[in-house]
Design a protein around this ligand. Sequence first.
Ligand SMILES: Cc1cc2nc3c(=O)[nH]c(=O)nc-3n(C[C@H](O)[C@H](O)[C@H](O)COP(=O)(O)O)c2cc1C
Length: 205
Amino acid sequence: MQMETKDAIKLRRSVKQYDPEHTLTDAELNELLSLAALSPTAFNIQHWRFVVVKDPGLRKQIREVAWDQAQVTDSSALIILCADLKAWEKLPARYWKNAPKEVQEFILPAIDGYYRDKEQVQRDEVMRSCGIAAQTIMLSAKSMGYDSCPMDGFDFSAVASLINLPDDHIISMFIAIGKGIADASPRAGQLSLDEIVIENKFNRQ
Ligand SMILES: Cc1cc2nc3c(=O)[nH]c(=O)nc-3n(C[C@H](O)[C@H](O)[C@H](O)COP(=O)(O)O)c2cc1C
């Protein structure tokens, strides 16, 4: 199925009800994750970690700590977008292995200087990257004929414990993907560009 990017953006909605009988093929899931992996990250550190929850029992346990939201068990794929906060210091040369040597010599110390001892920067960066990857996943899903729902309505520490999240990783959000069986409600209310676009500078209060 071909879909213009602009159409995928307009047609993507947060769908809450999915056909629980539908499954994604391994090829579809692989395509989706391969597209997600092309999302940009600062310094190309690719620190997202996509936990694909396939075990129905685990999905049920996750639903129990996710406000009993049906998407968790009924969608065809539940992806928990996590990230490694310390990816910047874990063999960073592999993120630039194909670059010319002089680029590597410049970039590797720059990565270290940017993140070392800056916990807030490490966390902010992860959230930026996961947000972008989430949208890549949702638009890719739409263009493959699937619906999706981004989710943060869950107990983060309970989910972390259910998936054995390593101490130096964090969870950003879930993305549920599947065959929607009910349309999303009409758009709740979009702000006008007048309110959300600022020309040059904010006005001083
Ligand atoms: C970070 C994030 C978390 C969200 N969490 C949930 C959630 O837990 N459950 C849910 O049904 N929708 C959730 N949503 C969906 C929003 O309610 C939805 O994106 C918003 O109302 C706009 O609707 P649309 O996505 O259909 O355009 C979440 C969206 C985002 C971006």
